[in-house]
Write a protein of this length. Structure first.
Length: 144
């Protein structure tokens, strides 16, 4: 993604550089997260909009909502010292970590349950196999 720094990008250039579609850039513009300048009918993206898109994409990759990203970007514009922005970021990050920890716990519990079901099904097939080898082989073949 590292290209020579240009002060302006067309929508196609910026989309290619960031690895997103033109439609993605238009979506974030419609959401009010970026505001490209206009040169006639052409959207022109400055380094500021490029930087905002990098923050937006990072936020989405980390699982933040559009609302959370918008709030963060608004602080970015308001607070040159970045104190409020960093406080808000810390709050968002901690909340996201908590949600992910909860999801991980739920996922681990689900995996334990599924492994128990897997063992139960394997045991049941072995029991059938011990009673009737031919029928069990056919049943096992159907599950694979």
């Amino acid at each position: 993604m590292q290209q020579e720094e240009h002060p302006f990008h067309t929508v196609t250039q910026l989309a290619a550089e960031l690895g997103v579609t033109v439609r993605t850039l238009h979506f974030y513009e419609a959401q009010g997260l970026i505001a490209p300048e206009r040169a006639g009918n052409t959207r022109v993206y400055t380094q500021r909009e490029r930087a905002r898109m990098i923050l937006i994409l990072r936020g989405k990759r980390l699982g933040f909502s559009i609302r959370e990203i918008r709030e963060y970007l608004e602080l970015y514009d308001i607070d040159p010292s970045m104190v409020q922005q960093n406080k808000a970021l810390l709050k968002l990050v901690r909340s996201r970590i908590q949600r992910l920890e909860e999801q991980r716990q739920a996922l681990e519990e689900t995996l334990v349950d599924l492994r128990g079901l897997e063992r139960h099904a394997e045991d049941a097939l072995r029991t059938v196999d011990a009673k009737s080898p031919r029928k069990a082989r056919k049943a096992a073949d159907k599950t694979e």
